[in-house]
Design a binder for this molecule. Structure first.
Ligand code: GDP
Ligand code: IMO
Ligand code: MG
Length: 430
């Protein structure tokens, strides 16, 4: 068994990555977030308490685990401090957190621009979280971004901020928005930097030391593969690459370290925000699943759209990210349905597609080719081993393995850490 495990979302986000990361983090030496920012909302439940994390890694509950916010992230210092304060109130005070000096900083003007771009799109909005994620990544790639390490050098930070505002304020003015004042941002960010300074360091160096010492390291993805800027349902995507393929760049390690990839997937599908969703359900079954699975966004509270498990998506992301096992989540939510369906192909303009088309105009025309299986009535939330599951539930799992070509390694039957069935012997050893 590898000492490294990558946990990624394999649908449209909110698959249960927080739960799986926390589960393994109980034995991990390090948990690393390598992309995204506080657009994520990862839920962790144990000992009767529920926690919600946005940018802080889900290993934060184990005092022995070093949590790293990698260079591939976009970090909002205001949000990190607020998250830490919330954790303190919830009694989480003993933790280890490091933030990459090379991570991009989310600035107040990024959120303003995110909202403005959305409102200018009229009916074609993406439905972003309005946290400024897209504009922060755009500035990084335009080379006018500010990085966490810059905050440790007040003079250099002042220069970078002045240069950025020179451009950003013109853009804001053009869009009819209020301009940002240098002193206000500078003073606030210097206050935040003072609090975060002890955590800011060269995290790639730290991660590589752990790798060479054969320590157990988890890489925690945010969002999901279908929200990937390259491979997702563009333009209805986020602005980073949630794939295992982005771990080396976003954490600062060599690619050969990555071998075991757990693709976290709901036993059905959800999507929050706009964009095509081929297996979407519009009838009472969607309402039933939404209510049973409490399918409302952790970050924005928006109701999540519901659809059947999509094996076209699963096969596609499996090959893109080298998924070695599925973690099949919210399996308990399907109990009680008479019939459950799985999408095995897309019918599009007289053809059956085995892989999603690149344009959303074509994807919007795709109709799911569904296979239907018998459901099960039993409550499975207290089951701890695969063999004790109802026969029809086992058949559903085996069918998912068959149509995706990837084994199911974990089944989750409830939000709590304990409601987790590990099937794959190799994963038991991590
Ligand atoms: P993430 O963004 O991938 O970490 O997922 P979220 O936390 O946004 O959404 C997953 C939701 O499902 C959370 O409310 C979890 O507590 C919950 N959850 C996770 N696994 C299970 C499960 O097996 N059964 C049920 N009923 N809820 C689960
Ligand atoms: P976790 O990590 C679900 C979606 C937004 C929107 C699109 C772009 O909790 O799975 P952005 O603010 O990133 O520019 O929004 O991506 N989105 C998510 N949906 N889970 C997430 O994170 C998401 N992060 C972004 O709803 O459709
Ligand atoms: Mg989430």
């Amino acid at each position: 068994m590898s000492e490294r495990l990558v946990v990624i979302g394999s649908q449209w986000g909110d698959e249960g990555k927080g739960k799986i990361t926390d589960f393994f983090a109980c034995h991990a030496d390090m948990v690393v977030r390598y992309q995204g920012g506080n657009n994520a909302g990862h839920t962790v439940v144990f000992d009767g308490h529920k926690y919600s994390l946005q940018s802080i890694p889900s290993g934060i509950f184990n005092p022995a685990t070093v949590n790293v916010m990698g260079n591939g992230m976009v970090v909002n210092p205001e949000s990190v401090i607020a998250e830490l304060e919330k954790l303190h109130v919830q009694g989480i005070t003993d933790y280890q957190l490091k933030i990459s000096d090379r991570a991009a900083v989310v600035m107040p003007y990024h959120a303003a621009l995110d909202g403005a771009y959305e409102s200018l799109k009229g009916g074609k909005l993406i439905g972003t979280t309005k946290k400024g994620i897209g504009p922060a990544y755009a500035d990084k790639y335009s080379r006018i971004g500010i990085r966490m390490g810059d905050l440790l050098d007040p003079e250099y930070f002042a220069e970078r901020l002045r240069d950025a505002l020179e451009i950003k304020n013109r853009e804001l003015k053009m869009l009819g928005l209020e301009e940002f004042d240098f002193d206000t941002i500078y003073n606030r960010y210097m206050e935040l930097a003072e609090k975060l300074a002890p955590m800011i360091c060269d995290t790639s160096d730290l991660i590589n030391k752990y790798l060479h010492e054969d320590k157990k390291i988890l890489f925690e993805g945010a969002q999901g593969m279908m929200l990937c800027i390259d491979h997702g349902t563009y333009p209805f995507v986020t602005s980073s690459t949630p794939s295992s393929a982005s771990v080396p760049v976003g954490a600062g390690i060599a690619p050969h370290w990555i071998d075991t990839v757990v693709g976290v997937a709901k036993a059905y599908c959800t999507r929050v925000g706009e964009g095509p969703f081929p297996t979407e359900l519009h009838d009472e079954r969607a309402t039933e699943i939404r209510e049973r699975g409490h399918e409302y966004g952790t970050v924005t509270g928006r109701p999540r759209r519901i659809g059947w498990f999509d094996a076209v998506v699963a096969r596609y992301v499996g090959r893109l990210a080298g998924i070695t096992n599925w973690a099949l989540m919210l399996f308990d939510v399907l109990s009680g349905l008479d019939k459950v369906s799985i999408c095995v192909g897309y019918e599009c303009e007289g053809e059956v597609l085995q892989s999603p088309p690149s344009t959303i105009s074509r994807l919007a025309k795709c109709k799911p080719v569904l296979i239907e299986l018998d459901g099960w009535k039993e409550d499975i939330t207290d089951i701890h081993d695969f063999d004790s599951l109802p026969e029809n539930a086992k058949a559903y799992v085996r069918k998912i393995e068959e149509v995706t070509g990837i084994p199911v390694g974990i089944i989750s039957v409830g939000p709590d850490r304990k409601q987790t069935i590990i099937i794959d012997e190799k994963l038991k050893k991590f």
